[in-house]
Design a protein around this ligand. Structure first.
Ligand SMILES: [Zn+2]
Length: 237
């Protein structure tokens, strides 16, 4: 297995991505920067600590968008602390959270946050439930969400069931970064990674293989090699 060394940093013409970490069942955390715009992708546990090392307080408060691929804890565990930090430090600009339809984790975190802090949230939170793969633009970055195939154990622990899961392709001034999130091998990811300037591909399959959750290293490399550059992430430690 190729061991990923974190952080992974990649940059091209004022479009950069920093993967603080992507460790299965522990945490993911990704910062995307397009000129002066900051997006956070899959804020797992520790995201606030990692952002705080790299960014000034006002830069963290200027984050406009959070992108969630799916609701597993290693991808959303840091959402609460990020929202609360922005409240305490008096963020004044809106925050959009993009997530796949059916991701009850994000809606539950949002509802709990609204309940706990009711009238003392100084910024607007806009939930953008993504119900199809229509592209949209945020801060001069084009976003193409696409469905991927990720599963979890069903109650009872024998069978698996699909979870709502998306990958995202971000395009800024013609430069494309494709992030598949967690997924088994799927045609949508094959299509979106092809020709991208950077593909970030999970290779999370491990020995106690549960079908439909993750890709093997060989599958991930097959897809990665169709992009101009790629990184394998979410590799079991
Ligand atoms: Zn997952």
């Amino acid at each position: 297995m190729i061991k990923s060394e974190y952080p992974i940093i990649w940059e091209k013409e004022n479009f950069s991505i920093k993967i603080f970490c992507s460790i299965p069942a522990i945490a993911t955390g990704i910062l995307l920067q397009a000129s002066n715009t900051y997006f956070v992708i899959d804020p797992g546990d520790g995201i606030l600590r990692d952002l705080n090392k790299d960014l000034e307080q006002d830069e963290i408060l200027s984050i406009t968008d959070i992108f969630i691929t799916h609701g597993h804890h290693d991808h959303v565990g840091g959402v609460w602390s990020l929202l609360t930090y922005m409240r305490i430090m008096k963020k004044s600009t809106p925050l959009q959270i993009h997530y796949p339809e059916g991701c009850i984790e994000i809606e539950s975190i949002y509802n709990a946050f609204k309940t706990v802090y009711s009238k003392t949230i100084p910024y607007k939170i806009i939930l953008n439930k993504l119900m199809d793969d229509k592209s949209f633009t945020r801060q001069k970055v084009k976003i193409d969400p696409f469905p991927v195939k990720h599963s979890e154990l069903a109650p009872g622990g024998k069978n698996t069931q699909l979870v709502p899961a998306l990958g995202y392709r971000f395009t800024h001034k013609g430069i494309k970064i494709c992030y598949g999130g967690d997924t088994a091998y799927c045609e949508e990811l094959v299509k979106m990674a092809k020709g991208a300037d950077l593909a970030i591909i999970e290779a999370g399959d491990d020995d106690d293989h549960i079908p439909g959750m993750h890709m093997t290293e060989a599958e991930a490399i097959t897809i990665g090699e169709t992009a101009k550059e790629y990184f394998l992430v979410h590799v079991p430690e």
